[in-house]
Structures are given as C-alpha cells and as structure tokens.
Design a protein around this ligand. Structure first.
Ligand SMILES: [Cu+2]
Length: 508
C-alpha cells in the first residue's frame, strides 16, 4: 500500500506561506495508490495509503433482492499513526446497472472512512487532479487550524499536492466526524460532486459493553445529481441562493439500500449529513432509535427519539434494538427551510423519501442487547461560565447576494472579523432575520446550545453545527480552549458559504 514518507514535523508559518506552499505543491509524497471502487453490494478493493485496511464481510443477501448497504472502505491507524494518500479527481462511480459522474477521493464516493484514536496523528497527502483548486477540512475535529493542520486557507492548485498533518489531542472526544473540501467559492460544488468521507475517533468505551455488542454501520447521506457528464455538479444562481439539492438521496452511494439483520441484535448507526444544502428529518416506523451521540460524540444520557433532524454538516449516532422480524424503513421527510428568492422547494416540504430498509429475520420477542442508558461523554456542564458575550446576525431581510452575509459583511480572507482570547468562554447569540434557515458552523471549538427563541428543545451534547431558523435566534456557549489560531465560521448551506456567508475568527 502506498503510504506517505515520514511526515513533516509541524511547522509554523503564515497563511501567505501556506498559500504559496499549497500553490507550489512542495510536499513530497510516496507512491499514491488508486483504488478499487466500492461495489454495489460488498466492500472491496483498497484505497491508497492506509496503515491498515478493514474490509467488511459480505452479509447475507436481502430477500427483497435490493442492494445491500455497502460499507465505505475503512483506513485505520496503527501504532498511533494513520497515513493516507488521497487523489481528488473526477471518476465514473457505480450507479445501478452502470455508472455516474462524480467528484471523488480515490475514485470512490463516499471516500474512505478514516478511523483513529485520541492521541493519534493522521497524515493526509492530497493530490489535486481536479481542474480547479481544492483543499481539505476535518469537520468537527478539535485540532489546530493553522500550518499544515485543518487550515482552510490552504489552496491546492490543479496538478499539485499537499501534505496535511492532524494531531488528535489525547483527550479528544470519541465520535463521528467527517472530511470534505473547503475551498471558498467551490466548496458546495465539490461536495455536491461527492467529495466527502467519515472520520471516526473511537476509544475504549467503543470497545466495550453495549457499544461493542452491536453492528456498527456508517450511514453517509448525500444527494447528488445523477448523470454521466460534469454538468451534474453545476448549479444555477437561483439554485445556489436556495442551496442546491440533488436528484437522488443516497446512503453510502446507493439509493435505498437494505440492511439484512436478525432479531436479538442491536444496530449502531453513525449518520453523517454530507449534503451541501439538504436537511434530513429521519424517522423509522416500528423501531425505537436511541440517540447515543451527536456532533461531538457520546451523550452522557442517551435518549429514545422519534425523529432526528440533521442539517448539513451535523451527525447523529443511534442504536436500534431488533427484537421482532419485519421490514422497517428509515425515511426522510423534506424539511421546510424557507426560501430566499420566494421560489419553492424541490421537492416540496413534507415529501417522504425512503433511505434504507432494515430486513429483520428470526424469532419474535428476541432479547437484543439494550442500548446504554448512561455513557461517559464530554461533560455538558464544563466551562459554561461565560467571560464575554457577542451577537451576530446571519443574512439580512433583503433578497439577492447582499442577503448572504454575516453582520452585513461578505467573506474576505484578509479581514479578521472576530479576535478573541485563548482560555476564555463566550456566549454568542446568533440571530437570523432572513426568510430561510441558516445552519451555523464554527471550526475547531465545540459549543453547547443554551437558548432558542422558538422554544424548541435544546440540543443534547456538544455541537459544531446548529440550525438558526428563519426569523429566530439561537444562543451558544463556546469555550476557546486548548488551541489557538485563525479559522472560519459560516453557514453550512455551502452555497451560501461560497457566496460569502462566512467570517474569520482568530483566537490568540
Ligand atoms: Cu445559509
């Protein structure tokens, strides 16, 4: 397997140096290995540059004859290091009886799942074989935003390559995170094309008790346009103002796949919304989902839920005990997220789409390992004493480009909008006077949701992305702990981010 050379030590250099380095593509890498594609019903092949690769076994075929849920290829750290070689490139990926056009990491979409432990180092060499610049963001990871770490100001030009090094803190929460491009101006298009994959940080609790006695699966949600030409990744300006949504809703690259399972077992799903704009409202009749984790990992008190709403960028981890046979369907109901242009949503709010079938065979009334009722997650009361407050306004009441701003300002990479002090905790009240929802995301530092103007229940656990509903406001408390540096906060409808709905924060 083509692993990279020994990683470069961490360097401190300015953003301009980083830009120059990215542009020149100075980082040398070892051999890059292109992949086998993930097939429609099994996990196969290999993706470049792993320390080790875990191939899933092939489960029994569903009786319905539908496609089984494929498992994204997984690259796992060994001895504290995960070396990954990514090639960003267009590819034809499997689709029904043929193929479809996609933008990919290593020829597959979703990209490989990266799995590491707290304290590990993840090295990623990214070679850009697209015809436009790209870069890489590790969404949700509490790692440095500077140098060769999670630095969104790096630009990798076509034909160039760059070596990232992510040092995962030893006290990093276990949880489900993800990676995607974050190059201002074409983030939405590249993600819409298919460039995304999961990052799992797991620890000893994941190796024990109810967690290990379950069938763990990634459910990576995406909604690309389906077609055989590069035109499928394009969007019109009205579509970008609304936030583009695609033709098909896919789970791990497949439309409405099936899980074949038996009674007496418990499922554990790590769900990631990688769509640039689409919200998901997930429900499953006949089964009880127990929410055990959100954006920033495990909840201290898992709770049964009837539905899970995921904005772009958000994650949920649920456990589902299977006690009786039957076929159960995970569906999403189209969310009314408003409209900037006065246009209508396609599909209209309320449209129900099947995402995944769970075919359960076996005896009725079987005892399945119960989901945990208590877990050791990040302390929800930690560091909530506030040193200072700030308010922020997402969008404006007008229409058109000028409404896609934060505090009236469009993104300028050379302007630092917020400077704050390492070691302090801030309370931000984020208001949204516009006609549509804007999910707010900040890199590096997780937050707690502490107040909502609409009176909706507060999000359990720690988050990195929260919806700020049209006409409403949300208050969050955010400790700027451990890590300093310059990065961004933005709307996670990524078309909005590309148009300018992003600001720069520097923690010094
Ligand atoms: Cu937005």
């Amino acid at each position: 397997m083509g692993s990279t050379d020994a990683p470069q030590g961490p360097k401190v250099f300015s953003r301009r140096d980083a830009l120059k380095l990215g542009g020149l593509g100075v980082m040398a890498a070892g051999a890059l290995t292109l992949v086998g594609c993930s097939t429609s019903d099994t996990t196969g092949g290999s993706a470049g540059g792993a320390s080790s690769t875990t191939a899933a076994t092939t489960p029994p075929a569903p009786s319905s004859g539908g496609l089984l849920l494929p498992t994204p290829i997984e690259l796992r750290s060994t001895d504290g290091v995960l070396d990954v070689a990514f090639v960003a490139a267009p590819a034809m990926v499997p689709w029904q009886d043929g193929t479809r056009y996609a933008l990919t990491y290593n020829g597959i979409s979703p990209g490989p799942t990266l799995r590491a432990r707290p304290g590990d180092v993840i090295n990623v060499t990214l070679r850009n074989e697209l015809d436009e610049p790209t870069n890489l963001h590790t969404h949700g990871l509490h790692v440095s935003p500077e140098g060769i770490s999670d630095n969104v100001f790096i630009m990798i030009e076509p034909g160039q390559e760059f070596s990232y090094r992510y040092e995962i803190p030893s006290d990093h929460p276990s949880g489900t995170f993800w990676y995607h491009p974050h190059h201002h101006g074409n983030t939405a298009q590249q993600l819409f094309g298919g460039m995304a994959g999961a990052i799992i940080i797991d620890d000893e609790i994941d190796d024990s008790g109810a967690m290990v006695n379950s069938s763990e699966r990634m459910l990576i949600l995406a909604d690309p346009n389906i077609g055989d030409s590069p035109a499928v990744v394009d969007a019109t300006m009205p579509e970008r103002m609304q936030g583009r949504q695609g033709d098909a809703v896919l789970v791990n690259g497949v439309q409405s796949p099936t899980i074949a399972a038996t009674t007496g077992t418990t499922e554990r799903w790590r769900i990631v919304n990688t769509s640039p704009s689409r919200f998901y409202n997930l429900t499953i009749d006949g089964l009880t989902m127990v929410l055990v984790g959100t954006d920033q990992g495990r909840l201290r008190q898992p709770e049964p839920v009837d539905q899970i709403v995921l904005t772009p960028g958000q994650r949920a981890e649920v456990m589902v005990a299977l006690t009786d046979p039957g076929t159960f369907t995970l569906v999403t109901t189209e969310v009314d997220r408003g409209s900037m242009s006065g246009g209508t949503l396609v599909p209209p709010a309320g449209t129900v789409t099947a995402l995944l079938s769970v075919e359960v065979t076996g005896t009725s009334g079987a005892q399945a390992p119960p989901p945990p009722s208590q877990l050791d997650g990040p302390d929800e009361r930690a560091d909530l004493s506030v040193d200072s407050t700030r308010s922020m306004s997402l969008g404006g009441s007008g229409m058109g480009m000028r409404s896609l701003v934060i505090d009236g300002q469009s993104f300028d990479m050379d302007v630092v909008n917020i400077t704050t002090t390492l070691g302090t905790t801030e309370r931000w009240t984020i208001t949204n006077p516009s006609m549509m929802d804007h999910p707010f995301h900040i890199h590096v530092w997780p937050f707690k949701v502490v107040e909502r103007s609409d009176g909706a229940p507060l999000d359990p656990g720690w988050r990195d992305t929260v919806n700020v509903p049209a006409g409403g406001s949300v208050s969050i408390v955010m400790p700027f702990e451990d890590i300093s540096g310059r990065t961004v906060y933005h709307c996670h409808i990524l078309d909005h981010e590309d148009i300018g709905m992003m600001g720069v924060i520097e923690v010094v």
